[in-house]
Design a protein around this ligand. Structure first.
Ligand SMILES: O=C(O)[C@@H](CO)OP(=O)(O)O
Length: 345
């Protein structure tokens, strides 16, 4: 299978698969970073449990704790056999993936990971531009990470959408948050797009590299070592997540929460991060752990997939709202665009 590369590639370095030098833990250790790592470790622990459960595909417990919303229609969790049947008969749905626009730490060339940094001015512009590119594609639900740069990107992009529905953040963190954020008008609900934020779509936790300058780190530990930390599949950066570990929670979340929505015909946008999206694309495009090494995602470039009969087909990136080709991919997309045109005239 040809290696999938979106927009640009950083080259063809090979992963050597050897372990990182454990001495680096002491050298790079910073108490603030440690705190973040600790907080995250708790979550990673939980995700492991989620992953074991997710093998069964019937996730009553996880669903109950994460998918109650005031705006979303509930999708029941089908049993394994029924699921493969319903996959075959599934409705067609669009899936848009967007890596957040440039952040203030991308601008400074710092490892960011789970540090919660906002977009730069350029990132804001990229998010608006991404929004223009997808302004004719239907979006029924939005998933973002728990990090502000992905959330800003999703919200800014939606300001450009021609359908003018209002993205509404769902707050299911407590009973009170849920109760206090209810919408009491069915009409208003219909004009809203539920936005689900979940930490499992977060950037991979970069461990003790978080906050360090990428160039300085390469100068200090060698280009090859740093490339291995950044792009290999199974070598984690010091005290951080490898892509494989990131996939354990991001792909599990995608399968458990997002795929059922696609199966029911909902058009979905996911605004997330370079590495959480690399792991999801690896799953969608069935890339090998060798192929994913050269998969690079640029900031603010939307990628369109069509989900039909249980299969994901990558349709590339719409380059402009006026571009005819993208909307001709499927009848449904063409019709949607036509409706939007009629609404305006
Ligand atoms: O710093 C990070 O969090 C990521 C994305 O910007 O870096 P990398 O390019 O190494 O995946």
């Amino acid at each position: 299978m040809a290696t999938a590369v979106f927009h640009q590639s950083i080259g063809t370095h090979q992963s050597h698969g050897h372990l990182y030098n454990s001495g680096i833990h002491q050298e790079l250790g910073k108490s603030s970073v440690r705190l973040i790592s600790k907080a995250f470790e708790v979550d990673v622990g939980l995700s492991r449990r989620v992953c074991y459960n997710s093998g069964q595909r019937n996730l009553g417990v996880i669903r109950a704790s994460t998918s109650q919303t005031s705006v979303i229609d509930h999708v029941s969790s089908p049993s394994k056999n029924k699921e493969s049947e319903s996959r075959k008969k599934s409705n067609e749905a669009a899936l848009i993936l967007i890596r957040h626009g440039e952040s203030l730490w991308n601008e400074k060339n710092l490892f960011t990971g789970c540090v919660d940094v906002p977009l730069s001015k350029k990132g804001v512009e990229e998010a608006l531009e991404a929004g223009k590119r997808i302004s004719n594609i239907p979006v029924d639900m939005i998933y973002t990470s728990a990090l502000i740069r992905a959330q800003m990107t999703a919200m800014l992009a939606m300001t450009q959408h021609r359908r003018k529905k209002v993205p509404v953040m769902l707050h299911n963190e407590s009973e009170q948050a849920r109760a206090w954020s209810q919408i009491f008008s069915e009409d208003t609900k219909l004009q809203s797009i539920p936005v689900v934020a979940d930490w499992r779509l977060n950037e991979r936790m970069y461990g003790e590299l978080q906050g360090l300058n990428k160039q300085e780190t390469a100068d200090r530990y060698g280009k090859e070592q740093v490339h291995e930390w950044r792009r290999s599949y199974d070598v984690p950066p010091p005290n951080g997540e490898s892509l494989e570990m990131c996939a354990e929670r991001a792909v599990a979340y995608f399968k458990d929460q997002i795929e059922p929505q696609l199966l029911s015909g909902k058009n979905i946008m996911i605004a997330a991060h370079g590495n959480s999206l690399r792991s999801i694309i690896m799953y969608l495009d069935k890339l090998t752990s060798q192929e994913v090494i050269s998969l690079e995602l640029s900031t603010g470039i939307p990628m369109l997939y069509i989900f039909k009969e249980g299969k994901f087909t990558r349709r590339g990136s719409p380059s402009a709202p006026t571009e005819a080709g993208v909307y001709a991919y499927t009848k449904k997309l063409a019709l949607y665009r036509q409706k939007l045109d009629e609404m305006v005239h």
